[in-house]
Design a protein around this ligand. Sequence first.
Ligand code: ADP
Ligand code: ADP
Ligand code: ZN
Length: 218
Amino acid sequence: MVNIILLGPPGAGKGTQARKLVEERNMVQLSTGDMLREAQSSGTEMGKRVAEVMSRGELVTDEIVIGLIEEKLVGDSAGGFIFDGFPRTLPQADALGRLLARMGQRLDAVVEMRVDDAALVARITGRFTCGNCGEVYHDQTKPTAVEGTCDVCGSHDLRRRADDNADSLKQRLMEYYKKTSPLIGYYYALGDLFSVDGLGEIDAVAGEVAAILDQDRG
Ligand code: ADP
Ligand code: ADP
Ligand code: ZN
Protein backbone atom coordinates (compact mmCIF):
# COMPACT_ATOMS: atom_id res chain seq x y z
CA MET A 1 0.00 0.00 0.00
CA VAL A 2 1.31 3.39 -1.02
CA ASN A 3 0.04 6.84 -0.02
CA ILE A 4 0.97 9.68 -2.36
CA ILE A 5 0.33 13.36 -2.96
CA LEU A 6 0.00 14.72 -6.48
CA LEU A 7 1.27 18.28 -6.31
CA GLY A 8 1.08 20.79 -9.12
CA PRO A 9 -0.62 23.93 -10.43
CA PRO A 10 -4.20 23.88 -11.77
CA GLY A 11 -4.24 21.92 -15.01
CA ALA A 12 -0.99 20.05 -14.35
CA GLY A 13 -2.76 16.71 -14.82
CA LYS A 14 -3.28 15.61 -11.22
CA GLY A 15 -6.84 14.38 -11.70
CA THR A 16 -5.99 12.63 -14.94
CA GLN A 17 -3.13 10.68 -13.36
CA ALA A 18 -5.12 9.99 -10.19
CA ARG A 19 -7.87 8.30 -12.19
CA LYS A 20 -5.35 6.04 -13.90
CA LEU A 21 -3.89 5.00 -10.54
CA VAL A 22 -7.35 4.23 -9.20
CA GLU A 23 -7.99 1.94 -12.11
CA GLU A 24 -4.58 0.31 -12.35
CA ARG A 25 -3.61 0.05 -8.68
CA ASN A 26 -6.87 0.03 -6.77
CA MET A 27 -5.90 3.22 -5.01
CA VAL A 28 -8.42 5.67 -3.53
CA GLN A 29 -8.51 9.19 -5.00
CA LEU A 30 -9.17 11.99 -2.53
CA SER A 31 -9.75 15.22 -4.45
CA THR A 32 -10.69 18.18 -2.27
CA GLY A 33 -11.78 20.05 -5.42
CA ASP A 34 -14.27 17.28 -6.23
CA MET A 35 -15.47 17.17 -2.62
CA LEU A 36 -16.01 20.93 -2.60
CA ARG A 37 -17.91 20.83 -5.91
CA GLU A 38 -20.09 18.04 -4.50
CA ALA A 39 -20.82 20.15 -1.43
CA GLN A 40 -21.74 23.03 -3.75
CA SER A 41 -24.17 21.04 -5.82
CA SER A 42 -25.78 19.43 -2.78
CA GLY A 43 -26.60 22.95 -1.56
CA THR A 44 -25.31 22.60 2.01
CA GLU A 45 -24.44 25.72 4.01
CA MET A 46 -20.77 24.95 3.58
CA GLY A 47 -21.29 24.45 -0.14
CA LYS A 48 -22.89 27.86 -0.49
CA ARG A 49 -20.11 29.51 1.45
CA VAL A 50 -17.31 28.03 -0.64
CA ALA A 51 -18.94 28.50 -4.06
CA GLU A 52 -18.05 32.16 -4.28
CA VAL A 53 -14.51 31.66 -3.05
CA MET A 54 -13.93 28.95 -5.65
CA SER A 55 -15.38 30.99 -8.49
CA ARG A 56 -12.94 33.78 -7.63
CA GLY A 57 -10.09 31.27 -7.84
CA GLU A 58 -9.11 31.66 -4.20
CA LEU A 59 -8.41 28.89 -1.71
CA VAL A 60 -11.14 27.89 0.73
CA THR A 61 -10.16 27.81 4.40
CA ASP A 62 -7.81 25.18 5.78
CA GLU A 63 -10.41 24.27 8.37
CA ILE A 64 -12.97 23.26 5.74
CA VAL A 65 -10.70 21.16 3.55
CA ILE A 66 -8.95 19.47 6.48
CA GLY A 67 -12.41 18.56 7.80
CA LEU A 68 -13.36 17.07 4.42
CA ILE A 69 -10.19 14.98 4.24
CA GLU A 70 -10.53 13.83 7.82
CA GLU A 71 -14.00 12.46 7.07
CA LYS A 72 -12.59 10.33 4.25
CA LEU A 73 -9.56 8.98 6.08
CA VAL A 74 -11.39 6.11 7.70
CA GLY A 75 -11.62 2.43 6.99
CA ASP A 76 -9.82 0.49 4.32
CA SER A 77 -7.72 2.43 1.85
CA ALA A 78 -7.24 -0.52 -0.54
CA GLY A 79 -4.09 0.20 -2.56
CA GLY A 80 -3.45 3.45 -0.72
CA PHE A 81 -4.59 7.06 -0.92
CA ILE A 82 -3.91 9.55 -3.68
CA PHE A 83 -4.18 13.08 -2.34
CA ASP A 84 -5.18 15.16 -5.37
CA GLY A 85 -5.25 18.91 -4.82
CA PHE A 86 -4.57 18.53 -1.09
CA PRO A 87 -2.58 19.75 0.77
CA ARG A 88 -2.37 23.25 -0.74
CA THR A 89 -0.96 25.13 2.26
CA LEU A 90 1.63 24.40 4.95
CA PRO A 91 -1.02 24.06 7.69
CA GLN A 92 -2.83 21.51 5.49
CA ALA A 93 0.43 19.60 5.03
CA ASP A 94 0.97 19.51 8.79
CA ALA A 95 -2.60 18.36 9.36
CA LEU A 96 -2.22 15.57 6.81
CA GLY A 97 0.93 14.34 8.53
CA ARG A 98 -0.93 14.22 11.84
CA LEU A 99 -3.98 12.47 10.39
CA LEU A 100 -1.87 9.77 8.73
CA ALA A 101 0.20 9.25 11.86
CA ARG A 102 -2.96 8.80 13.87
CA MET A 103 -3.97 5.99 11.49
CA GLY A 104 -0.54 4.40 11.77
CA GLN A 105 0.17 5.30 8.16
CA ARG A 106 2.75 7.34 6.37
CA LEU A 107 3.25 9.31 3.21
CA ASP A 108 5.33 7.41 0.67
CA ALA A 109 5.89 9.99 -2.03
CA VAL A 110 5.00 13.50 -3.08
CA VAL A 111 4.93 13.70 -6.86
CA GLU A 112 5.47 17.20 -8.16
CA MET A 113 4.04 17.59 -11.68
CA ARG A 114 5.98 20.26 -13.54
CA VAL A 115 4.16 22.17 -16.27
CA ASP A 116 4.94 25.70 -17.38
CA ASP A 117 2.32 28.42 -17.09
CA ALA A 118 1.84 28.90 -20.83
CA ALA A 119 0.76 25.27 -21.20
CA LEU A 120 -1.64 25.57 -18.27
CA VAL A 121 -3.84 28.12 -20.03
CA ALA A 122 -4.42 25.69 -22.89
CA ARG A 123 -4.97 22.80 -20.46
CA ILE A 124 -7.55 24.68 -18.40
CA THR A 125 -9.49 26.37 -21.19
CA GLY A 126 -9.87 23.06 -23.09
CA ARG A 127 -10.88 20.92 -20.10
CA PHE A 128 -14.27 19.25 -19.76
CA THR A 129 -15.42 16.32 -17.64
CA CYS A 130 -18.14 13.70 -17.55
CA GLY A 131 -20.72 14.63 -14.93
CA ASN A 132 -21.65 10.99 -14.50
CA CYS A 133 -18.33 9.11 -14.12
CA GLY A 134 -15.83 11.96 -13.70
CA GLU A 135 -13.64 11.12 -16.70
CA VAL A 136 -11.48 14.12 -17.66
CA TYR A 137 -11.26 15.23 -21.30
CA HIS A 138 -9.63 17.96 -23.34
CA ASP A 139 -10.77 19.60 -26.58
CA GLN A 140 -7.39 19.05 -28.25
CA THR A 141 -5.35 16.53 -26.29
CA LYS A 142 -8.08 14.12 -25.15
CA PRO A 143 -11.36 14.53 -27.02
CA THR A 144 -14.18 12.02 -26.72
CA ALA A 145 -14.32 9.45 -29.55
CA VAL A 146 -17.91 10.45 -30.34
CA GLU A 147 -18.70 14.12 -29.90
CA GLY A 148 -20.90 14.78 -26.87
CA THR A 149 -20.64 11.24 -25.49
CA CYS A 150 -18.41 9.99 -22.67
CA ASP A 151 -16.09 7.18 -23.86
CA VAL A 152 -16.20 5.48 -20.48
CA CYS A 153 -19.88 5.47 -19.51
CA GLY A 154 -21.80 6.75 -22.54
CA SER A 155 -23.26 9.73 -20.66
CA HIS A 156 -24.07 12.94 -22.56
CA ASP A 157 -23.61 15.03 -19.41
CA LEU A 158 -20.30 16.64 -20.34
CA ARG A 159 -19.48 19.72 -18.28
CA ARG A 160 -17.10 22.64 -18.11
CA ARG A 161 -16.17 24.14 -14.78
CA ALA A 162 -17.23 27.74 -14.09
CA ASP A 163 -13.72 28.53 -12.86
CA ASP A 164 -11.96 27.14 -15.94
CA ASN A 165 -11.40 30.44 -17.68
CA ALA A 166 -8.27 32.52 -18.22
CA ASP A 167 -9.19 35.14 -15.59
CA SER A 168 -9.83 32.69 -12.78
CA LEU A 169 -6.75 30.72 -13.78
CA LYS A 170 -4.61 33.81 -13.24
CA GLN A 171 -5.88 34.06 -9.66
CA ARG A 172 -5.52 30.31 -9.07
CA LEU A 173 -1.91 30.41 -10.29
CA MET A 174 -1.19 33.29 -7.94
CA GLU A 175 -2.61 31.27 -5.05
CA TYR A 176 -0.52 28.30 -6.16
CA TYR A 177 2.75 30.22 -6.19
CA LYS A 178 2.06 32.06 -2.95
CA LYS A 179 0.57 29.31 -0.82
CA THR A 180 1.12 25.89 -2.40
CA SER A 181 4.56 25.99 -4.02
CA PRO A 182 6.27 26.30 -0.58
CA LEU A 183 5.19 22.68 -0.07
CA ILE A 184 7.79 21.65 -2.64
CA GLY A 185 10.55 22.79 -0.28
CA TYR A 186 8.75 21.34 2.72
CA TYR A 187 8.51 17.86 1.22
CA TYR A 188 12.00 18.05 -0.24
CA ALA A 189 13.31 18.65 3.27
CA LEU A 190 11.35 15.63 4.50
CA GLY A 191 12.93 13.52 1.73
CA ASP A 192 9.57 12.69 0.16
CA LEU A 193 9.74 14.77 -3.03
CA PHE A 194 9.87 13.38 -6.59
CA SER A 195 9.32 15.37 -9.79
CA VAL A 196 7.88 14.38 -13.14
CA ASP A 197 7.73 16.23 -16.44
CA GLY A 198 4.03 17.02 -16.68
CA LEU A 199 4.39 18.31 -20.24
CA GLY A 200 4.76 14.83 -21.70
CA GLU A 201 1.85 12.86 -23.09
CA ILE A 202 -0.58 11.40 -20.58
CA ASP A 203 0.85 7.88 -20.84
CA ALA A 204 4.44 9.10 -20.61
CA VAL A 205 3.62 10.98 -17.41
CA ALA A 206 1.87 7.87 -16.08
CA GLY A 207 5.04 5.88 -16.76
CA GLU A 208 7.12 8.32 -14.73
CA VAL A 209 4.64 8.21 -11.87
CA ALA A 210 4.59 4.40 -11.93
CA ALA A 211 8.38 4.28 -11.75
CA ILE A 212 8.30 6.44 -8.61
CA LEU A 213 5.63 4.31 -6.95
CA ASP A 214 7.40 1.06 -7.72
CA GLN A 215 10.75 2.33 -6.59
CA ASP A 216 9.26 3.64 -3.39
CA ARG A 217 7.31 0.50 -2.48
CA GLY A 218 8.51 -1.37 0.58
P1 ADP B 1 -7.54 22.21 -10.22
O1 ADP B 1 -7.96 20.89 -10.78
O2 ADP B 1 -7.68 23.31 -11.20
O3 ADP B 1 -6.18 22.16 -9.56
P2 ADP B 1 -9.29 21.75 -7.97
O4 ADP B 1 -10.47 21.03 -8.51
O5 ADP B 1 -8.29 20.93 -7.23
O6 ADP B 1 -8.60 22.61 -9.11
O7 ADP B 1 -9.77 22.91 -7.01
C1 ADP B 1 -10.75 23.85 -7.42
C2 ADP B 1 -10.90 24.93 -6.35
O8 ADP B 1 -11.32 24.32 -5.13
C3 ADP B 1 -9.64 25.68 -5.99
O9 ADP B 1 -9.40 26.78 -6.85
C4 ADP B 1 -9.95 26.13 -4.56
O10 ADP B 1 -10.84 27.22 -4.55
C5 ADP B 1 -10.70 24.94 -4.01
N1 ADP B 1 -9.80 23.93 -3.37
C6 ADP B 1 -9.59 22.65 -3.78
N2 ADP B 1 -8.73 22.01 -2.96
C7 ADP B 1 -8.38 22.92 -2.01
C8 ADP B 1 -7.51 22.88 -0.88
N3 ADP B 1 -6.80 21.77 -0.57
N4 ADP B 1 -7.40 24.01 -0.12
C9 ADP B 1 -8.10 25.12 -0.41
N5 ADP B 1 -8.93 25.23 -1.46
C10 ADP B 1 -9.08 24.14 -2.26
P1 ADP C 1 -5.50 19.01 -12.63
O1 ADP C 1 -6.30 17.95 -11.90
O2 ADP C 1 -4.06 19.04 -12.21
O3 ADP C 1 -6.13 20.36 -12.56
P2 ADP C 1 -6.41 17.64 -15.05
O4 ADP C 1 -6.02 16.23 -14.85
O5 ADP C 1 -7.84 17.99 -14.87
O6 ADP C 1 -5.47 18.62 -14.17
O7 ADP C 1 -5.93 18.06 -16.52
C1 ADP C 1 -6.19 19.37 -17.05
C2 ADP C 1 -6.54 19.24 -18.53
O8 ADP C 1 -5.38 18.84 -19.27
C3 ADP C 1 -7.61 18.20 -18.84
O9 ADP C 1 -8.40 18.68 -19.89
C4 ADP C 1 -6.81 16.95 -19.26
O10 ADP C 1 -7.54 16.15 -20.20
C5 ADP C 1 -5.58 17.57 -19.92
N1 ADP C 1 -4.35 16.79 -19.67
C6 ADP C 1 -3.99 16.17 -18.52
N2 ADP C 1 -2.75 15.63 -18.64
C7 ADP C 1 -2.32 15.91 -19.90
C8 ADP C 1 -1.11 15.62 -20.63
N3 ADP C 1 -0.10 14.95 -20.06
N4 ADP C 1 -1.03 16.08 -21.89
C9 ADP C 1 -2.04 16.78 -22.46
N5 ADP C 1 -3.19 17.09 -21.84
C10 ADP C 1 -3.35 16.66 -20.56
ZN1 ZN D 1 -18.63 9.17 -18.15
